[in-house]
Design a protein around this ligand. Sequence first.
Ligand code: PHE
Length: 347
Amino acid sequence: MSPLKQHISQILEQVQQMQAQNMDELEALRIKYMSKKGEIASLFSEFRDVAADEKKDLGMQLNELKNAAQERFDQIKEQLTAMREQQDKQDLTRTPDPIELGTRHPLSLVKEKIIDIFGRMGFTVAEGPEIEDDNHVFGLLNFAPEHPARDMQDTFFIDKQKGVQSPDDVLLRTHTSSVQTRVMLSQKPPIRVLCPGRVYRNEAISARAHCFFHQIEGLYIDRNVSFADLRQAMLYFAQEMFGHDTKIRLRPSYFPFTEPSAEMDISCNICGGVGCGFCKHTGWVEILGCGMVDPNVLEACGIDSKQYTGYAFGLGVERIANLKFRVKDLRLFSENDIRFLKQFESA
Ligand code: PHE
């Protein structure tokens, strides 16, 4: 095969495969192949020097190439024009489909309400790390070294030296009291903080327990803070949260970091205190732990326990959400099933 013949069929192949996304690209192809200085024109000028006996055959081939190029060019042009017409028909002034709005998570709703209520009493929010050390979670809070809460059963340790307990053991916080220790270490009284956040405990997941949940703990330290102040703050909170007829009762309890300590019940908000399945027919449901900050804790955190006293409390956000929204299965709060979450749209 003569080199010219070969060259023609090569260009023919290229021309048949021409592609263009827009008119500019198409124009570039036209210039490359079909213009006066293009590939095809230069083949025609080579053709002039071809021997007479080859002229007929090559001439036909060249004409075929020229026609094929024109055909492919017209075809692409037609497609691009049709596409553009289609686009022109779209109404660009149309408003877009509305974006579906999400809803706030029930735990966020409850958390914000609690922060709002205590905010009115002068509490501000403090936050701290979820990955903590033993000292901030237990040590400074008067937990004895052998206290069972440190046990592997309860606490997720990230870095623990085997056997010996050390203030530097790294763990996931089991309560947000750790944020309170950080505040006490870094601020001078008066202190009035709320510490919301996620906490972790090594529990099997069921309808009633989870390996993580959310707490809000509060701490108030000043001169002359008394148990009566604690009680009044708790009563105000309960009534703002569950209605003005709500009663509270404080039962003696024990926490290493408070003395005296109490557990607080509210009159059952479902039966109004007469007794129902929810409150196990007692008329009361437990909602939080509280107490006067143990002087050992104040001293460990550098606060003079002769000048200052304080109260602290801690509650589970899921627990409050359960009471408010009557969600029976705790797992629903972390599964993020849209059918569940949608129900809180107007809450
Ligand atoms: N830290 C306690 C807990 O996680 C709750 C609490 C806080 C109790 C403050 C008393 C005072 O269970």
